[in-house]
Design a protein around this ligand. Structure first.
Ligand SMILES: *[C@@H]1O[C@H](CO)[C@@H](O)[C@H](O)[C@H]1NC(C)=O
Length: 310
């Protein structure tokens, strides 16, 4: 509640004019002093001559008399309880509105001297946040939202629980990380599966169980020695060719799941770009493994997994 009194000009006698500048929602004390002690049944009226009814607040010996109060000021005005005894006729106006701007007149009347205009106060209520400031604020908030949203999207992998591993296609092998948080019992079973629920690798009873794995992964997987002791359940996968999400699960002997973690593997596919209408294009493919004599080589497009053979 900051009251900025711009100027106080004392005019002749006790009458004075002052100006007060405030913001919406503030409260203000409009000053007025008059020696009312010797008056006969005095009445104090705060008014705005530009309003109908003009009464903002009225005080008599019996107390506040608000039947003629302008409804715009209802419940927002008060004066000291002992105003007429002390002569401090200050008006307390709360929850200021823009429409409260105007000239307030403090008038005292009594049976002997009649009516006397004691003081005028100019009140200027300003918007706390002018329109341009609101627009600017909205734009700033939007900008912050868009930028932080973009950053979040860009760095989403850091916030998401599924870690990602990205490799170039054709690499010899990739390590899919999986660390156990728990102390693993010696009879725990560790299983890696892919998103199609195919078994990638099984470690049980203290050794790898190649018989349990899907043939797609035959001879392509390896786990560390002493993995139950070290808790390092990472899987080394040879010749990663497609993107997939792998799940590393640890079971207790009874089959309850002790831990489950996922890793997303992304394989960067090489791009070959040609102009339309060229005679031919070469799609590169180099095997890193020694191929067996009876190996079969097959090219497919990926519109369908089991699509037409090329
Ligand atoms: C003005 O009136 C309000 C509401 O009655 C009150 O909370 C506030 O303390 C008053 N201000 C002063 C300076 O008396």
């Amino acid at each position: 509640m900051k009251v900025l009194v711009l100027c106080v000009i004392l005019l002749q006698g006790s009458q004075h004019v002052s100006a007060v500048e405030l913001y919406e929602g503030d409260s203000v004390l409009l000053p007025c002093d008059f020696y009312t002690f010797e008056l006969d049944d005095p009445t104090v009226v705060w008014s705005r001559e530009d309003l109908r009814p003009s009464t903002v607040h009225q005080r008599q010996l019996e107390g506040d008399e608000l039947t003629e109060q302008n409804q715009a000021y209802r419940g927002r005005t008060s004066m000291n309880a002992d105003a007429l005894d002390s002569g401090d006729l200050t008006l307390n106006l709360t929850n200021l509105q823009l429409s409260d701007s105007g000239s307030y007149t403090c008038t005292v009347r009594d049976l002997r001297m009649g009516q006397r205009r004691v003081g005028d106060v100019q009140l200027q209520v300003k918007e706390r946040f002018p329109t341009w400031a609101r627009v600017l604020l909205v734009l700033l908030v939007l900008l912050v939202l868009v930028v932080s949203g973009g950053l979040l999207f860009h760095f989403r992998h850091y916030f998401m629980s599924v870690p990602q591993v990205e490799v170039d296609s054709g690499v010899e092998s990739v390590k899919l990380p999986c660390k156990s948080t728990a102390d693993l019992p010696v009879d725990a079973k560790v299983e890696w599966t892919d998103s199609r629920d195919r078994t990638v690798h099984v470690y049980e009873n203290g050794s790898d169980q190649p018989a349990d794995q899907d043939q797609v992964y035959r001879n392509r997987t390896k786990m560390k020695k002493n993995l139950l002791r070290t808790g390092d359940l990472s899987l080394t996968l040879r010749h990663p060719t497609w993107r997939d999400t792998y799940t590393c699960t640890v079971y207790k002997k009874e089959g309850d799941i002790l831990m489950e973690k996922q890793v997303e593997l992304r394989v960067r596919v090489p791009q070959v770009e040609v102009d339309s209408g060229v005679e031919s294009v070469q799609l590169p493919c180099k095997s890193t493994a020694d191929l067996l004599v009876d190996a079969k080589v097959e090219w497919r497009d990926r519109r369908r997994q089991d699509g037409p053979r090329v």
